[in-house]
Design a protein around this ligand. Structure first.
Ligand SMILES: *[C@@H]1O[C@H](CO)[C@@H](O)[C@H](O)[C@H]1NC(C)=O
Ligand SMILES: *[C@@H]1O[C@H](CO)[C@@H](O)[C@H](O)[C@H]1NC(C)=O
Ligand SMILES: *[C@@H]1O[C@H](CO)[C@@H](O)[C@H](O)[C@H]1NC(C)=O
Ligand SMILES: *[C@@H]1O[C@H](CO)[C@@H](O)[C@H](O)[C@H]1NC(C)=O
Ligand SMILES: *[C@@H]1O[C@H](CO)[C@@H](O)[C@H](O)[C@H]1NC(C)=O
Ligand SMILES: *[C@@H]1O[C@H](CO)[C@@H](O)[C@H](O)[C@H]1NC(C)=O
Ligand SMILES: *[C@@H]1O[C@H](CO)[C@@H](O)[C@H](O)[C@H]1NC(C)=O
Length: 439
C-alpha cells in the first residue's frame, strides 16, 4: 500500500521539487518528505493557502457622482454569509429543546442528521413509513437557513440494514430499495443540498453482493433523475484518516467515483466527495492528509468532511489536551485546502451523546473542544470591520470569501451609500470595487 502511494505521488513530488528550485522563496511541503521541517513552516504554508484560497484582497475606490475621489471615505464592512460552511450533526433531541436549537443555529450553517433520515429509522417495519422526525428537523433547519445533507439513502454495510431488508430475495430487495429511494428523495427533493446515496460502498457491498456490481451506480442514477440539482456524495471513512486501510485510499475512492460517473446516464450527476473524517487518538499524518486531499481535489469536485471527530486518548478517558491538539491540526490542515467546502463536526452538544467527542456539556457549556472550534470559527471569518480610504479615495482590505454589505460614508458631508457584494475570485475577478456617493 505504502509503495503504491509513493508511486502515485512521485510525479507530483518531482514536479514540486522542480518548481521549488525555480521559486525557492516559498516553502515546499512535499520537499519535507525528504528533509526535516518545523511546525512553524508547516503552519505558515497553511496560512498562505488560506490567504490564497479563502480570502480576497479587495481594492475599494470611492468617488462622488462627478468622478472626484472621496478623500478619507469611511468604510463599514459587514460579512453576512460565508462561502465556507461549518456544520454539525444533530439528532431528534433538538426538537423539544429551545436552548439547544439556539446553540446550534447561532454557530452552524450546515447539518447532517445522525440517524433520522436513515432507512432503518423511517421504515423500521416494512411498509410503515414515518418521516415525523426528519420532517421536523428539516423544518427547523430551513427556518434558520441551515443547509442539510441527506444522510443516507442506502447503506452498504449489512449490519445497518433492518432485519426485514436483510431477509429479502434479490428481486424483492431491488424493489424495496427502489421504493426507498423514490420515497425519501421525492419527499425532500429540491430542499437538501445533497445526498449520501450509498454510504460506505468502498468498505462494504451489501447491495452489490445481492444486486450486482453496478448497484451503487444504478442508485446514483435513480436519485439524480428525481433530484437533478442535488450533489450526490460518496461517503466513506479512512480515506484520509489512515494510511494503511486497504479499502478506501484516495486512488480507490477516485476509481469508484469514475465508475459511477461513467455509468450510462450518469455523466450529468453532480458528484461530491464525502470524507467522514473519524480520526484516531494519535498524531495526524500530515503528509498523508495533505496528499490525499490534493489527489481528491484534482477532480474539481467539492470535498466535505462529513462526520469529523477525534477519539479521546483511551488512557485518559477525558478531554485530554492531546485530543484538542490533534483536532486543531486536522481542522487547520483541512481548511487550508480550498476544495474543502464544509466541515461537519459529528457531535455538538452532549445531549446527542458524547462518546467520542463533543463541543458542549449537558448545560451547553463549552468543552475544550468547543472552545477550540468556536475560536477557529472566529478566526476564519471577517465579521465587521472598519477601514478608511486614502487621499485618493482608495482602500485595500483582505476579507474571507462570502456575502457582504458595505456602507461608505463621506467624512465631510456624512452622505453615504451602501453596496451588497459577493466576494470571491469569480464574482470580482479584478478585485476592484467602485462605490459612488451622492455629493
Ligand atoms: C424532550 O423530550 C424528552 C423525551 O420526552 C425528555 O426526556 C426531555 O426532558 C425533553 N427536553 C426538554 C428540554 O423539554
Ligand atoms: C454494469 O454496467 C455496465 C455499463 O452499462 C455493463 O457493461 C455491465 O455489463 C454491467 N455489469 C453488470 C454485472 O451488470
Ligand atoms: C481505519 O483503518 C485503521 C488502520 O487500518 C483500522 O485500524 C481501523 O479499524 C479502521 N477504522 C474502521 C472504522 O474500520
Ligand atoms: C485528564 O486526565 C489527566 C490524567 O488523569 C489529568 O491530568 C488531566 O487534568 C485531565 N484533564 C481534564 C481536562 O480533566
Ligand atoms: C494618489 O494618486 C496620485 C496620482 O495618481 C499618486 O501620485 C499618489 O501617490 C496617490 N496617493 C496615495 C496616497 O495613494
Ligand atoms: C457628521 O457626523 C459627525 C458624527 O456623527 C458629526 O459630528 C458631524 O457634525 C456631521 N457632519 C455633518 C456635516 O453633518
Ligand atoms: C464633485 O462633487 C463633490 C461633492 O459634491 C465636490 O466637493 C467636488 O468639488 C466636485 N468636483 C468637481 C470637479 O466638480
Amino acid at each position: 500500500m505504502k509503495t503504491l502511494i509513493i508511486i502515485f505521488l512521485l510525479p507530483c513530488i518531482l514536479l514540486l521539487l522542480v518548481h521549488a528550485q525555480v521559486n525557492d522563496d516559498s516553502f515546499d511541503p512535499y520537499a519535507t518528505l525528504f528533509s526535516p521541517y518545523t511546525k512553524q513552516e508547516w503552519r505558515s504554508y497553511q496560512e498562505k493557502k488560506i490567504n490564497e484560497g479563502r480570502k480576497t484582497e479587495l481594492t475599494f475606490e470611492v468617488s462622488y457622482v462627478n468622478g472626484t475621489k472621496v478623500r478619507g471615505a469611511k468604510l463599514y464592512i459587514k460579512q453576512l454569509t460565508s462561502d465556507f460552511h461549518w456544520g454539525c450533526g444533530m439528532t431528534h433531541r433538538i426538537l423539544n429543546n429551545t436552548a439547544y436549537k439556539k446553540w446550534f443555529a447561532s454557530r452552524f450553517t450546515a447539518a447532517d442528521f445522525h440517524n433520522e433520515l436513515k432507512w432503518y429509522w423511517t421504515e423500521a417495519t416494512q411498509g410503515q413509513e414515518n418521516y415525523a422526525d426528519p420532517d421536523a428537523m428539516i423544518k427547523f433547519a430551513d427556518e434558520h437557513g441551515i443547509i442539510v445533507r441527506g444522510h443516507t439513502i442506502l447503506w452498504d454495510d449489512v449490519k445497518y440494514n433492518q432485519k426485514w431488508v436483510r431477509k429479502l430475495s434479490p428481486e424483492q430487495l431491488l424493489e424495496a430499495a427502489n421504493r426507498r429511494v423514490d420515497s425519501v428523495v421525492n419527499r425532500y427533493k429540491g430542499r437538501l443540498i445533497g445526498w449520501d446515496v450509498m454510504n460506505e460502498n468502498l468498505h462494504h457491498n451489501f447491495f452489490e453482493k445481492r444486486l450486482g456490481k453496478n448497484a451503487s451506480s444504478l442508485f446514483f442514477n435513480r436519485v439524480h433523475k428525481i433530484d437533478p440539482n442535488a450533489v450526490l456524495f460518496m461517503n466513506e471513512f479512512n480515506t484520509t484518516e489512515h494510511v494503511n486501510d486497504e479499502y478506501a485510499p484516495p486512488v480507490k475512492y477516485l476509481r469508484r467515483m469514475k465508475k459511477i460517473q461513467s455509468f450510462p446516464g450518469n455523466s450529468e450527476v453532480k458528484m461530491g466527495i464525502g470524507l467522514e473524517s473519524h480520526y484516531g487518538a494519535e498524531p495526524i499524518d500530515f503528509h498523508y492528509v495533505r496528499s490525499s486531499l490534493d489527489s481528491l481535489s484534482q477532480t474539481g469536485l467539492p470535498i466535505w468532511l462529513t462526520e469529523l471527530d477525534v477519539k479521546m486518548d483511551p488512557n485518559l478517558k477525558n478531554w485530554s489536551g492531546l485530543q484538542v491538539i490533534y483536532l486543531e491540526e486536522i481542522l487547520r490542515e483541512s481548511f487550508s485546502h480550498e476544495a474543502v467546502k464544509a466541515m461537519i463536526i459529528w457531535t455538538g452538544a452532549s445531549i446527542d451523546g458524547c462518546d467520542v467527542m463533543c463541543m458542549a456539556d449537558e448545560n451547553l457549556v463549552n468543552t475544550p473542544i468547543g472552545d477550540l472550534i468556536d475560536g477557529l470559527m472566529e478566526e476564519w471569518r471577517t465579521g465587521e470591520i472598519e477601514a478608511m480610504a486614502d487621499f485618493n479615495g482608495s482602500c485595500q482590505v483582505s476579507v474571507f470569501n462570502g456575502g457582504y454589505e458595505v456602507k461608505v460614508v463621506d467624512p465631510v458631508s456624512n452622505a453615504s451609500s451602501r453596496v451588497s457584494l459577493k466576494v470571491d475570485k469569480v464574482s470580482i475577478p479584478d478585485k476592484m470595487v467602485h462605490v459612488q456617493i451622492m455629493g
